[in-house]
Design a protein around this ligand. Sequence first.
Ligand code: OSB
Ligand code: MG
Length: 374
Amino acid sequence: MKIDGIILRELHLPLVRPFETSFGVTRDRRILLAEVRSEGLTGWGECTAGERPFFSGESTDTAWQVLVNELGPMLANESPDHGGECPRIFYQVRGNPMAKATLENAIWDLEAQREGISLAQLLGGVRETIPCGVSLGIQSSIPELLAIIEKELAAGYQRIKLKCKPGWDVKVFEQVRNRWPGIMLSCDANSAYLLRDADHVVSFDAFDLLMIEQPLWADDFYYHSMLQKRLNTPICLDESIGNRRDALAAIEMESCKIINIKLGRVGGFSEAIAVHNAALERGIPVWCGGMLESGIGRAHNIALSSLENFSLPGDVSASARYWREDIIEPEVTVTPQGEIALPDAPGRGYEVRVDLIERLTVRKEAIRAFELVG
Ligand code: OSB
Ligand code: MG
């Protein structure tokens, strides 16, 4: 496929409600989109980097820089037939997985359109519906959190994940479990605990959690392995898993029993499939994480979640939980059973609302092959 043009955009999208994690509060998203044109078709990719480099070292601004100056020109100089060629094309650029995924995922979208099949089919997906959970941020009080949980359970969501940190953990789990003894409940610390908190984290075993996500450092396997030996509850790694080798190391060391796969964090669909397969072959279930994506990233998450080993409910939920108006048509909706139905149209399966995107755009830049230097 000859690349006819790459357009990068930054959109400002306010969240319906602020999202608080152990590393900070997000109110407005600065969403970076790549539009890749080839032979009359348009593929879209979304960068999942945060506004600040707190979840990982990347941010909207670092990704913009790397896309405009390095990855965009590299891709524009090639004519990839498959999204799977992108890791080779981007090989010289170290790190920056979220920037890389932005373009790679757009190429997979293009490829599926060219083949006239859904993105899920192209990826090797086998599910017609995916099970959904919600990730609930830290709230200002426990009664507020309980009211939100009540609403999400009524909407059908199959699993509730609570963001936690020291001071917002056991007393919260206790009240949630008192009220709903049987629900599928998990927590996500985003690296909020230290080794000296190990006894405290072990006390989470009392709450019958499905998993404890990323309790320790974002780059760690060893101490998670030590902690997992002391826990009955499975640890799930998110931040620590950047690629297939990481997944193999974590599984081998028993640093976790479950893996969260995020497209941006692992650098795109190729590596996400590789992590998925490594986990499948070793009996480790996976689920698809979320990064407060707009509809484009969400559509990609849905397609990925159709792979066989995505057996646990993911953090992929309805558009309306995040946005007053999403940039895709139709918006993502969840059934009363807490599932999203896979679209079957070619490519991502959701139309992109280009007029709305144009109105929300605050920065735009066209990338061309001849801009490559060095
Ligand atoms: O750790 O899963 C995480 C959001 C931003 C950064 C990190 C995480 C999250 C979420 C939100 O949990 C998931 C979502 O609803 O998109
Ligand atoms: Mg997480």
